[in-house]
Each structure stands twice: as C-alpha cells, then as structure tokens.
Design a protein around this ligand. Sequence first.
Ligand SMILES: [Zn+2]
Ligand SMILES: [Zn+2]
Length: 769
Amino acid sequence: MPNAYSIKVRGVVQGVGFRPFVYRLARTQGLQGWVLNAEEGVEIHIEGEERPLQSFLEDIKTRPPQAGVIAEVRVEPAEAEGFAEFTIRESTSEHKPTVRISPDLPVCENCRQELFDSQDHRYHYPYINCTNCGPRYSVIRALPYDRPNTTMADWPLDDFCAGEYGDPANRRFHAQPVACAACGPHYFFQADEEVVLGDEEAIRKAVDNLRSGKIVAVKGLGGYHLACDAKNAEAVSALRARKFRKEKPFALMAKNIAVARTLVDLTSEAEALLNSAARPIVLAPGKLYLPGVSPENDDLGVMLPYTPLQHLLFAAGAPDILVMTSANRSSEPIAYRDDDALQQLSGIADSFLIGQRPIARRVDDSVARVGAFGPTILRRARGYAPGAAATFPTGRPILALGADLKNTITLVVDGQAFVSQHIGDLDHYESFCAFRETIQDLLAMYEINPSELLVVHDAHPQYVSSIHAAELSASEKLPVQHHRAHIASVLAERGAWDQRVIGVSFDGTGYGDDGSIWGGEIFAGSLREGFGRVAHLRAAALPGGDAAASHPVQAAAGFLANLKELPHFLAPPFCFPSRYLDAVQLVRTNVRTFATTSMGRLFDTAAALLGFTREVTFEGQAAMWLERLASRAFTKDAYPFPFVGDELDFRPLLDSMLYDRIRGRGTSEIARAFQRGIAVGLHDAVATLSRARETGIVVLSGGVFQNELLLHDLKSLFEQDHLQIWTNRVVPANDGGISLGQAALAALANRPSLASVEKTDSAWMAQVT
Ligand SMILES: [Zn+2]
Ligand SMILES: [Zn+2]
C-alpha cells in the first residue's frame, strides 16, 4: 500500500510556474496524485513509495521555481487513493483567496533569446512571456490566477500556444498570459491621423520619432511612459515644459548594463539592484551630464529594459539612453487606460506606441538605491507590489489607509500584510480616485467582508484619507498617530513585535497628539506596548501652516524668530524675498501661525539661509539641495545642537550658521557643519535615552532619513558605541511606509487609542516622563 500526503503551499506560488514544477517533480519521482491552484495557494495530493515521497517533499521546500516565494508548506498524512498518474487539476474556488499575487516580472533570459532568434515562433513578438517571466499583477482582474481572470481573456490560444500551454514539459505550461503573433495582441503606432499597424512597423516608426527628438508615449506594463532621447536637450526641455514639470528629475532607461555603467557610478550592490527581478529605477551618482534631466542634482535615476517591447525598441535603433518618465501631467497618477492616455497626453506626446493588451491596474516604476544601510526603497510599486511586506500575528483583516502624501494602502489578510503600489498625493483628485480604486480592488481581490474589517487611518482629522475612512463601512475604525506609524513600519518589516526601541521619526509634517505639527519626534516603546514620546525638536512657529512647506523662507521666519539678534535678511548675503517679511508679520501677530517640531522645516530654514530662497517645486527639494551642497565640503565641524531636558535645541545651531554666513564662510562648509550638527545632536540624545531605557536598538524612519549624508554620519557615530540602527528595507522611510506601520500598530492594539501618549505604561515605560 503506498503512502500519501496532502500538501498546502502558501506564498507567491501562482503564476510562477509552480504547478508545472510540481508536476515534473512528481513525474520524475514516479509518484501519483494531483496539484491545483486553490485560493489559499497551491494544493497537492501526492502518493507513492516513501522514499521518493520524502525527496519530493524536500525538493518542494528547497528548490522552488525562480520567481516563486514560499511562505509556508503544510504537510499532512493522507489516505492513498490509488491514482494511476499525476495530473494538474482545475482550480477550485471555495474559500477566501489568500494566495499571494505575484508582482510583474521582467522578461527572462530564455524569452529574450527567443525574441531575437529569427527561427523562433515568437521572433520580435512584443508580448512574449513564459511561466518565469512577464506580467502578473498588472493583468490580473480576479483570483485565482487563470487566463479568464486576466486581461488576456479576449485572446483565445491558437493551436501552437495551446500546445505549449498544455504540455507539462514546456516552459509555457499553464503560463496564463502566453500568446504569439498569430493569436495574441499587438502594438500599433499613432500620430495625429496616422496609424501604423504591425508590431515591427509600429516599433520602427516610434524609433524614428525618438531619434528625431520627438516625445513618444509608450504603453508599458503598468502604465504609459513618456519617452525621448535623453541626450537631446531640446526634446528634454520640451518634455519639461509640456508636462509642467519644472525641476524634478526624470528617470532614464539605459539600453543595457554596459550603457548604464557609462551613465552612473555603479557599485556591485547597485548593479545587483538594477538587475533584480523588480528592475527598479536605481539612483546613483551620475557620470554623464544630460542637460535638463536632473537639474541641480548629482544623482541620476536609471533602469534597465524589462518588457520585450523595450528590448525591441533599443534593438531597432532607439537612442541608447531614453528619458522614461511616468506619463502624466505633473503629480497626477500615471495614465494606463488607452483613451485616458490619448486624451491626457495629447498635448504632451507627439506620437503613441500603443499595445492592445489592457492594463488591469496602474503600477508605476519603483525607485530604489543602495544607501548607508544597504538597498532601500524610495517608491514601492512595479516589481514589488503587491508582495507581502510583513507577516502579522493576527487573523483579523485590517485595512490601513496611509497618509495623504506619497500614499499607499496596506491590506492584512490572514496575517499577510499586502502593501499596495505607490498611489500618490491625495490632494490631486485623480490620485484620490486611484486611492479609492485601489481600496476596492484589494478588498474585492481578497473577498473581504467589510463587517469584519478594522480600518486604520491617520490621526489628522482633515486628511482626505481620514475623511474617507469615516465613509467606509467597517466593524471598527482606529486612528494612528503619523510618527508612531513610521517607527512601527520598520519594526513590522522585521516582525519585531516585542522589541523595545528608541524610535526617531523625522519628517516634514504629521498631526501630533496635541494637534500641533510634529516632525522631529523621539519615542520609546515597542509595537506591543505602544510608543511614548520621550523627546522632540524644540517647537517653533510655522506661519501659514502646511503651506510653509513650499517656501523655505516662510519656515525660516518661524524658526529664526527664536534667535536673539537677527540681521537684515532682505540684504546680502541672504537676499530673502519679501515673502519673508509677510511671514514674520504673521508670526508676530500670531495669525495663521501654528506650533511645529518639524525637522523638515528646520532643514528648509538652513537651505534658505544658504541661498535656497525660491519656492520648492517638489517635496523635499530644499533638503536635497542642502544635502548636495554639504556633500561637497570636507569639514569635520559640527554646529552645536544640544539635547536639553526633552528637547533638541536648534537655536545654537542656527546662531552658528548665521555667524559663519555673515563672516563669509563657504556655504558648502556651513551646510556640512549644519548636517553634522544634526547627526551629533541626535546621536547624543539617543545615546542618553537608550542608556536610561537599556535598549541597544535605534529605529530611524521618516522622510528626513532619505538623506544619505545624514545616514552615513549617524552610522559612524552609532558604530562607536555599539548601538544598532534599524531603518526601512521593504517599504519607504517616507510616507509610502505609513500604511504598513498603521496596520502593525492596529494589529496589536489592545489599547484605547493609538493617537495619544500611552497612559497605561508598564514600569519600563514609566521612565518615559
Ligand atoms: Zn520567459
Ligand atoms: Zn499563439
């Protein structure tokens, strides 16, 4: 009598060639039974002799297909049923789906070779893919992941593709988006009244356009790109003007890694990131000067081709380096529906290269870099989303709505925290629509019943996301304070539910417990016990509130008002615009002026003192400008930034800056001494706090910690006293990570409110005051 096992595999196991892998394994071992895609993952019934059974189980666990990620393998003894062979069964659809949806994958090496093999059936076919590569999240309309549930449903397989799809020995066995030129979708070219059909002709036409300096809208995996020759300054400046994008850097696509190496300085770690399955835009020091691509910024953002179409464009002679920016008007979400793209981009693109395969949902390119603490993500979207960012110790479904800037949402199902793709800034109506769509999308995908749902939102009562939370039907709703969510995001990534830490949360703005604008906060606590605020930046006035974020001199008016003697800031070397005097007036009369502990605004103040006196055109611009200035100096000076009581006092810091600026010290040196002063002051504060609380772990999160110079300074300071620093690795340190942190705090919430300082602290927490 043979033995038998029932096996359940969870993780990213659908759409990654897992069933064919199991099938081949079973056949090789001479075992019988079946495998199928269920809503919780893959289910297997396997029977046969004990020895081959054991090596089968071993291989399942240790040698999964390259695109798969196994979260859990559950094996239970079963009754042998005397099957004659091993088969792949139809999918079941009985329970709630908790299978992980695979992110989109770049074209694999095998498919790429076939793409350029003139003897191959799919030679030059722009939708070539297999079980190891191709679209996933961007084509899935519902679970389980089978062809009728994808945007390929309208293209029935011809005999050739059906043959491969049904052949367990083939690389395309059950590859859901499989297609060929005979049965699948195609690309076409469109400019004004002209339409060019045929993949090759359309691509050639687009390449001609790119070479002659035109702007081409190209349909990609998760949306449209606007492409132009990166070395053509006129084309780049036309793109800026038409897109209403003044200064924010454009992303680039390099033909291949050799071209990328001529473009940016790549460490081996950065190359690995560039080549990783997510194929993100990687920020690295630029080696080429490309006018207009990345103004006043030493870094360039580069990615490699990841779709067959992009490879075909370069092979057909497109310029080696293309600007490949999300197709939208400034700050709007990326266009992904054909009619929307044609309408929205008509004044921007000269022509369109349009693919017929619909995009199920928009997924922007991800942005990453190798920083002081290893690879880090700045925008998490294509290639990462909707992967699980963490595993939670809870069975309850949780929906966390994130913050209003750089919004993402997180849905926790069966303890798996799925973080959505980057959605954007919700004050734009289009982004708000995308936000609502993404919520509906994820809830529908995982068949969540709102009556069980715990909805988590920011504590800011006027956030669009908070207001939307009130409109959602859910069994319970919970506000979570912004800066605690930042700290929680780091701990959730690591599953550190009980680890006590000192958490430093520095960013531009967030609603504080007292209703003031926080942003320079230090907490002590753990996810399970909650976080008490133990220190903060000394408060300053912020004239105009959040609007001050766009005008560094406005922030400066509030912070500088705390100093004793002030020079005339409209005169050299400061040359502030008169807006500064208006802001000073607001501070004096306390009109439209709010208290703030925002570290982001302190950086803005420093930038203003050193010459950044205009309006910022994208978030974080002044701080990036300051970082770049500081990175050119070699001074070891640090301006004093003392930790007194529970406050980091910025007054000596700014006094020293003013003194040096007036006596004519170089602005780079001043910027460097300012940044080092922040690092030294923070280090001293944290060292004191962690000694008192006997924890060796320091968490850093919030947008300010995207400043690499600051991170490097902190790293070397903390190494000396053996304090361990934890930063974000899976989600961004900016507000893109907030939803994961909100969900984590809510998952463990046994407390009356997460939006205010803990009143029911343990003895350890009692040291907080
Ligand atoms: Zn492939
Ligand atoms: Zn076909």
